[in-house]
Design a protein around this ligand. Structure first.
Ligand code: HQG
Length: 178
């Protein structure tokens, strides 16, 4: 299996559908590396422990973490399954950015940003990164989120291990006009 295909499979298993591979994540989203390798190999995915560790180390967005001893692996963010990542609430920068597609704008203006199938709304500190995120859905547009103001009024923010800002939702009045 190529590294990029393995990364996509890991995202699928570790964020969304562990049960399809006969796996269960623990409460914090970890799964045993040995169990994961067995599950992949049982489904004809030729993956070694060395390749798995290489993908974790070289992944372009640092999507995965290994436990201290390398015995367990989890996704750093993006889950649709309920996991408690154990991230501490963190004060965000004054402005954060959300990349989306123009076709979602009317709905977002009306009801704000929702996490949809995921556990969190994903925000970037870097507008350029948000363009790339939005492009996945269509013609990209970057929304500016008044994160500092939302935080001061009680909104909680978390910074994932790979630098993605997470929050539960963003009401429309905290979005700057596009
Ligand atoms: C949109 C990738 C209509 C939202 C990326 C987004 C990210 C609404 C889509 C990570 C809405 C959900 C997550 C509303 C939000 N009405 N549409 N009220 N509120 N939306 O894929 O943020 O490469 O679940 O704007 O880089 O695009 O996989 O979220 O367009 O970090 O590691 O609903 O996934 O990371 O789409 O992407 P997604 P996202 P990876």
């Amino acid at each position: 299996m190529q590294n990029q295909a393995l990364s996509k499979t890991l995202s699928y298993v570790l964020r969304h559908k562990p049960e399809e591979f006969g796996l269960a994540l623990d409460a914090e989203g970890w799964v045993s590396v040995a169990d994961l390798l067995s599950a992949l190999q049982a489904r004809q995915h030729q993956v070694t422990q060395a390749q798995l560790y290489e993908v974790v180390a070289t992944n372009d967005k640092k999507r995965f973490s290994l436990s201290a001893a390398g015995a367990k692996i989890r996704a750093n963010q993006g889950h649709s399954v309920a996991v408690e990542l154990g991230l501490a609430p963190t004060t965000p920068p004054e402005l954060l950015y959300h990349g989306t597609a123009t076709r979602f704008l009317a709905s977002i203006r009306a009801s704000g940003l929702h996490s949809g199938s995921r556990q969190h709304v994903h925000l970037s500190a870097d507008p350029a990164a948000a363009v790339a995120v939005g492009s996945r859905h269509g013609k990209p547009v970057v929304l500016t989120v008044q994160a500092g103001r939302l935080h001061r009024t009680g909104g909680q923010f978390y910074l994932s291990a790979n630098g993605v800002w997470l929050t539960v939702s963003v009401p429309p009045e905290y979005l700057e006009p596009v």
